[in-house]
Design a protein around this ligand. Structure first.
Ligand code: FAD
Length: 380
């Protein structure tokens, strides 16, 4: 077996064990109480899952997306909220990995790998995109610093993270080049957090708004050059989309596995319901969709790892397809469990609630479809 395959198998085995032994027993309570699992953050840190995209010298895989997706899928099979911790960590880290300078990388990567500090990616805003800018938050130059004003909305790890990748307009009137990216540290005066959002799913994950009121950020915290922020955001999203796909595949696989187990146990009309063709066909369709989604997700991840040019289309396609599959498969799993599927005593209703957001975040599937079409039309 080649070294790369061996390494991935080791990562998969470690993630599977962590999922089964540590995460699965906590999943129902995390959801019921809406509890952020700090103990799992520590466990993930010990396994290196929080620094998986970091350079090898900091315990990571040098940005290897396939390994990242493997871990996310394994954890998502048992708990969407816990898997989202690893995903959000990767998203917060990617802008730094892509465009951080050596001293920024050393400072933040050391903190992340040694202290398991959380990171977050802060792009989304409450107001819609203006005609001119994809973001309204401003960062104005004041001497050697920038003063950030504005509000970022629904940010995963908001109020928990030590470092935030924040996108703000620095050069109004420059279209896509108007935006710059910054690392903003927790505790910086002028950064405050909104309330913790109440959600229907991913209930263990924490989302808040970030509110910037004359938040002074030194020039050293600028990622890349001024005006490169939008490119950094898009490059990050192209890498995180297969990861959302992996999260969706994990949730769907978890629901499918549970539904198969239940169908073998549940007796109706004197037989296990798995002996009815109607149930068998549902299971076959669910398994087909999960396999197809997984194949797309890992193809997209491997294309990104291979640095194939113009690779934007497949990450988006994989995210859209896998998230639609997750919603369909988890809904069907609830159906297979009948009335019990609707009850909180079984995990499939949680999986259905967790699956929903994969169709929404990091670009709703409608706008993602638009991205795919634009890509295709450009090539004619
Ligand atoms: C649980 C959760 C966690 C999140 N975490 C983060 C995070 O960590 N960082 C971050 O930056 N953001 C985060 N977000 C924000 C998320 O990325 C946005 O909510 C998402 O991109 C959708 O934007 P919106 O809510 O403004 O919806 P809108 O864009 O207002 O969409 C509303 C509706 O309009 C439709 N629509 C919008 N535009 C078009 C179009 N052009 N064509 C057709 N239909 C369209 C959409 O499909 C949707 O049905 C999170 C959101 C959630 C729910």
């Amino acid at each position: 077996m080649k070294d790369m395959e061996k390494e991935r198998l080791m990562i998969k085995t470690a993630a599977e064990k962590t999922a089964q032994r540590i995460v699965q027993p906590r999943a129902a309570k995390i959801d019921a109480v809406g509890e952020f699992p700090w103990d799992l953050v520590e466990a993930f840190g010990k396994q290196g899952f929080l620094s998986i995209l970091l350079p090898e010298s900091y315990g990571g895989t040098d940005g290897n997306l396939t390994s990242f997706c493997i871990v996310i899928e394994e954890i998502a099979k048992v708990c969407g909220s816990s898997s989202l911790i690893i995903l959000a960590q990767g998203m917060g880290t990617l802008p730094l990995l892509l465009e951080g300078n050596p001293s920024q990388k050393d400072l933040y990567f050391t903190e992340i790998s040694e202290k398991n500090s959380l990171t977050a990616f802060a792009l989304n805003e409450m107001e819609g995109e203006s005609e001119e800018f994809p973001t309204h938050t401003r960062a104005e130059k004041h001497g050697k610093d920038f003063l950030i004003n504005g509000r970022k909305c629904f940010i995963t790890h908001g109020s928990l993270a030590k470092f935030y990748s924040v996108f703000a307009v620095t050069q109004p009137g420059h279209g896509g080049e108007a935006i710059s990216a910054f690392m903003v540290e927790d505790g910086t005066p002028g950064l405050v957090f909104g309330k913790r959002e109440e959600k229907i799913g991913m209930r263990g994950a924490v989302m808040t708004d970030l509110i910037f009121e004359n938040c002074r950020v030194p020039h050293e915290n600028l990622l890349g050059k001024e005006g490169e922020g939008w490119k950094i955001a898009i490059d990050t999203l192209n890498r995180s989309k297969p990861a959302i796909g992996a999260l969706a595949v994990g949730i769907a696989q978890g629901a499918l596995d549970f539904a198969v187990h239940y169908a073998n146990e549940r007796i109706q009309f004197g037989k296990p319901i798995s002996s009815f063709q109607a149930i068998q066909f549902m299971i076959a369709d669910m398994a087909t969709q999960v396999e197809a989604a997984r194949a797309l997700v890992f193809k997209a991840a491997s294309q990104m790892d291979a640095k194939i040019e113009d690779a934007e289309k497949l990450p988006t396609i994989s995210k859209v397809f896998a998230s639609e599959v997750a919603m369909k498969v988890t809904t069907d799993a609830v159906q297979i469990l009948g009335g019990y599927g609707y009850m909180r005593d079984y995990p499939v209703e949680r999986m259905m609630r967790d699956a929903k957001v994969t169709q929404i975040y990091e670009g709703v599937n409608q706008t993602d479809r638009w991205t795919v079409t634009q890509h295709l039309l450009r090539n004619f």
